[in-house]
Design a protein around this ligand. Structure first.
Ligand code: TA6
Length: 302
């Protein structure tokens, strides 16, 4: 049980960042400043919501999301670590790793000069996590909430041997209608099509979505743009330290089967995930570190 009063005494920022108990008893920190607002769950250091001040939400959170300690939350920015997708050899281990379903420690909170709020979290590997990942590895997540949302996921190898990780910021973006949306920046990229037995293909033109879509674009460091004519806005996704971009929408059948998308939830979301997946997994030398960094911003689309 988290001591919320102690957290607020140590890291609360009056009028800007307040730690409180959220849905399902999951502790969250609510951020509101002159430039934007967000909610972050301490489980998984998971951004659940974000909106620049005076603008509609940019991050999608399912209306049917389940908030159960130890279970993944549908929406927001789940942190996938230390592997992406199914575990390479042990099928019983959780998809996308364990980082998103364990409590993280708060290690910092500050107001930046431009009025944005920065929150710092650290994942301390508990016994269950070390059983799945027997390496001396430190993981931090630094989240900056303002008119942009910045997330820096930092893996440090404190072991005596190299480690290889897959990771992702598995971000759910809010859109007016997925059928009207265009995703640019991946033109010409090779991708693994998980809807076609993982076959390797090449992207021709911008990405549009009219059915279940699950693609791992490889060897791409490019920014992506989500053009949303319905909301007359473009979401710009900048990234560093990510060699893969995953595009996912479950469409109708899969979203109903998953049970936590809500009625037609699939229509209002698209995942564009900055990742290191499949061929792009990252090896970190002893003493080394790897940053997976993203910056999300919106701009009007005329
Ligand atoms: O990133 C796409 C994906 O790997 C899909 O295959 C689908 O499984 C999605 O992640 C959601 O996974 P989750 O474990 O959060 O239900």
């Amino acid at each position: 049980m988290t001591d919320l009063s102690a957290l607020n005494a140590r890291f609360g920022l009056s009028g800007q960042a307040v730690f409180k108990q959220g849905s399902g008893g999951l502790d969250v920190v609510e951020v509101a400043n002159s430039r934007g607002s967000a909610t972050v769950a301490l489980q998984g250091a998971q951004v659940l919501t974000w909106a620049p001040r005076g603008l509609p939400p940019v991050i999608w959170l399912s209306r049917a999301a389940k908030f159960v300690p130890g279970k993944s939350i549908r929406g927001g920015v789940p942190v996938c670590w230390p592997w992406f997708g199914p575990h390479a050899t042990v099928a019983t281990l959780p998809a996308h790793g364990f980082a998103r379903t364990v409590p993280w420690e708060v290690i910092g909170a500050q107001t930046l000069a431009d009025g944005a709020t920065r929150l710092d979290f650290r994942l301390v590997l508990n016994e269950a996590a070390r059983a799945q990942w027997p390496h001396a590895t430190l993981l931090e997540c630094h989240i900056t909430v303002g008119t942009a949302l910045e997330i820096d996921l930092v893996t440090r190898n404190a072991d005596r041997s190299a480690i290889t990780i897959g990771d992702a910021l598995h971000t759910y973006f809010e859109v007016s209608d997925i059928r009207q949306v265009t995703i640019r920046g991946l033109e010409g990229c090779p991708y693994l099509d998980k809807m076609d037995a993982g076959k390797r293909k090449q992207q021709a033109g911008p990405v549009t979505i009219g059915a279940e879509t699950d693609r791992i674009y490889l060897d791409t460091g490019a920014d992506c743009l989500i053009d949303d004519p319905g909301l007359k806005r473009r979401i710009r996704i900048r990234k560093r330290g990510s060699h893969s971009t995953v595009v996912w929408n479950p469409w109708i059948e899969k979203s109903v089967k998953m049970g936590d998308f809500g009625e037609d939830g699939y229509l209002n979301m698209v995942c564009v995930e900055s990742a290191n997946a499949a061929d792009d997994v990252v090896t970190i030398a002893p003493g080394g570190e790897h940053h997976l960094w993203v910056r999300y911003e919106t701009e009007p689309m005329n």
